[in-house]
Every structure is written in structure tokens, then in C-alpha cells.
Design a protein around this ligand. Structure first.
Ligand SMILES: Nc1ncnc2c1ncn2[C@@H]1O[C@H](COP(=O)(O)OP(=O)(O)OP(=O)(O)O)[C@@H](O)[C@H]1O
Length: 300
């Protein structure tokens, strides 16, 4: 008896989830005996549903929502003894994890790939006792993402983050960091720290073009200086996927990180406010098996 659970967030992105739900149910019913729909009402629901799916030995868990819903679902699935196959119907504004996995950003197309049952193993990050799939960030630009309202996101999409990021640059302040990584320790001051699991952060798919979802590594970028014309030069480098070559940027790959600061800083986890520094982070290698389009990636 094959069982699928759909975790649906009716508030995600442009609020289309409930319109798409019947099609997702119909498609999943073609290769499952039972499809259970679990609608989220508040923070924490998606995590609890996903954990329940592990305990009840579901075969499939589908997230219909944005990266926030994916993050919560992953927190429910990570390190459980039985981990169902995980599917993502991207309904958020940015959908970084779907981008990194080359899952169609058109939700109807993403639903259609499910019956091909083509999976890719993906790494999951662990920070203290929480899990993430995309990115850890520390600094004013990272904090700017909290100021983006639901209305702004619905209207502007990824541009909303860009607008808030630009405002944050105007009020920049550097902070001290001490970072232990696989090869040693980095100590200094920086304006921004970004540790990415994948190539896509904030909708930019070229932050770390070399990052793969299953490479077992965090890709750490430290922006040491923000000065004209150096900063103007950051953007072309970012667009060309060459950020790590910028003279004001330090780039480190590592399977784990221990990060502290003498200032009071908070880490942003997958776009949401996380916890105060210090933190330790590590990679759970090839931890989840995720529905991806056929013919592009390995069969598991
Ligand atoms: N029924 C609901 N009404 C309002 N908020 C909800 C509901 N269910 C869950 N949430 C909240 O929505 C958050 C996740 O939103 P999600 O990321 O899926 O969409 P989004 O914010 O539109 O997308 P993105 O992160 O790409 O901007 C959860 O952390 C939870 O707090």
C-alpha cells in the first residue's frame, strides 16, 4: 500500500496552492493507493506533518508552498529513521531549492514530473539543532529580508529582496567573525557572510555555479569590504558567477563550520530569522531523495 502526503500552504506566494491542489492529488493517486492532504495554518505545521509522515511510513511527502514550507518539511524529515521521497511544487516567490534541483518553476509542470519517479539525492544542512537546505547568512543584507512584507513579495517577487538589500547597504556596518572550517580558521571583519548549500540564493542561480545539491559542502562567501567602486563591481561578478574571484571576497568550501562573533549577530536560515551566533553547521550528505525531472540526473 503506497501512501503520499501533500503538505499545502494556502498562503504561499501568489496564493494559488488551493487551485492547484486537485491536480496534485489526481496525479499522486495514479501511483499511490492513498493521498492525504494536510493544510498548514501556522508556523510549525509543515514540520509536524512531515515528521508524522516518517513515523507512519509514508512513501512520499510533497510540499506545495515556498521555501519556508520546504524548510519546515525538511526539518520534519531530517534524521528520521524512515524518510519518504520528497517532492516540491514551487509556489513561493523565490523557490531556491526547486531552482537548484532544476524542478520546473511552473507548478503544473512540477506536478507532471512526479509519476516519472525520477529521484536525486540532496544534501541537507544542519545548524545547531535545526536543518536547512539553501543558505545561512549573517549581516545587514541578510537581515533586510525580514523587512520584506507578504504584500511586497506577492507584488514584486524576488525584486522585493533586492530593494530591501539595497536599502540595507546604505546603513552598512562591518562585524567581526571567527570561522573554523575543514582547512583551518578565518578571522576578520566582514559586511556579509553567506554559506550556500546550492547554486541558487535569493533567486540568483549564479552565486556559486559550482555548487551541487549533493557535493557534501557549504560554499562560504565573506564580503570583507563595501566601498565604491568595489561594490559596483560585485554585481557584474555575481551575475557572471565569478563572485569568489572578487578581491574583497573570501571563498571557502567546507563540510562543516563553526561561526562566532564578538558582536550580537543573528543568523538568517533559508531566508528566515534564525538564532544568535555562535553556531555550528554541518552537511548531512545525500540525505533526502527528491523528485526531479527525468533524464537530467541519476536514477536512484
Ligand atoms: N495558512 C497559513 N496562513 C498564513 N501563513 C501560513 C499558513 N500556513 C503556513 N504559514 C506560514 O507560511 C510560512 C512559509 O511560507 P512560504 O515560504 O511557503 O511561502 P512564501 O513566504 O510566499 O514563499 P517565499 O519564502 O518564497 O517568499 C511558514 O513558515 C508559516 O509560518
Amino acid at each position: 500500500m503506497r501512501k503520499a502526503m501533500i503538505i499545502v500552504n494556502p498562503s504561499s506566494g501568489k496564493e494559488q496552492a488551493m487551485d492547484l491542489l486537485p491536480e496534485a492529488e489526481r496525479i499522486l493517486q495514479t501511483f499511490h493507493d492513498e493521498v492525504l492532504v494536510c493544510e498548514t495554518a501556522k508556523e510549525g505545521d509543515a514540520e509536524a506533518f512531515a515528521r508524522n509522515a516518517c513515523e507512519l511510513h509514508y512513501d512520499t511527502v510533497i510540499s506545495m508552498g515556498g521555501d519556508g514550507t520546504v524548510n519546515e518539511a525538511i526539518n520534519g524529515l531530517a534524521e528520521q529513521e524512515h524518510r519518504p521521497h520528497f517532492g516540491i511544487i514551487p509556489l513561493g516567490t523565490v523557490n531556491d531549492f526547486a531552482r537548484a534541483l532544476q524542478i520546473p518553476l511552473d507548478p503544473l509542470e512540477a506536478i507532471q514530473i512526479l509519476p516519472t519517479e525520477n529521484f536525486r539525492k540532496a544534501d541537507i544542512g544542519k545548524i545547531n539543532n535545526h536543518y536547512f537546505m539553501n543558505v545561512l547568512a549573517v549581516g545587514a543584507i541578510a537581515e533586510a529580508s525580514y523587512n520584506v512584507s507578504t504584500e511586497q513579495k506577492t507584488k514584486l517577487g524576488p525584486l522585493a529582496y533586492f530593494v530591501e538589500g539595497m536599502k540595507a547597504l546604505a546603513t552598512k556596518t562591518p562585524f567581526s567573525l571567527k570561522i573554523s572550517h575543514d582547512e583551518g580558521t578565518w578571522e576578520g571583519t566582514a559586511f556579509l557572510m553567506v554559506a550556500s548549500m546550492t547554486n541558487s540564493v535569493g533567486g540568483f542561480e549564479k552565486l556559486a555555479p559550482q555548487a551541487e545539491v549533493d557535493d557534501g559542502r557549504l560554499h562560504l562567501f565573506l564580503v570583507k569590504k563595501i566601498s565604491l567602486p568595489g561594490t559596483l563591481n560585485l554585481f557584474p561578478k555575481l551575475y557572471k558567477g565569478e563572485l569568489q574571484e572578487h578581491s574583497d571576497v573570501v571563498y571557502i568550501q567546507s563540510s562543516s563550520l563553526a561561526v562566532s562573533s564578538s558582536e550580537k549577530m543573528v543568523v538568517n536560515i533559508d531566508g528566515d530569522e534564525g538564532e544568535p551566533l555562535p553556531f555550528t553547521a554541518s552537511v548531512l550528505s545525500r540525505h533526502l531523495s527528491i523528485y526531479v525531472p527525468p533524464n537530467e540526473n541519476e536514477k536512484v
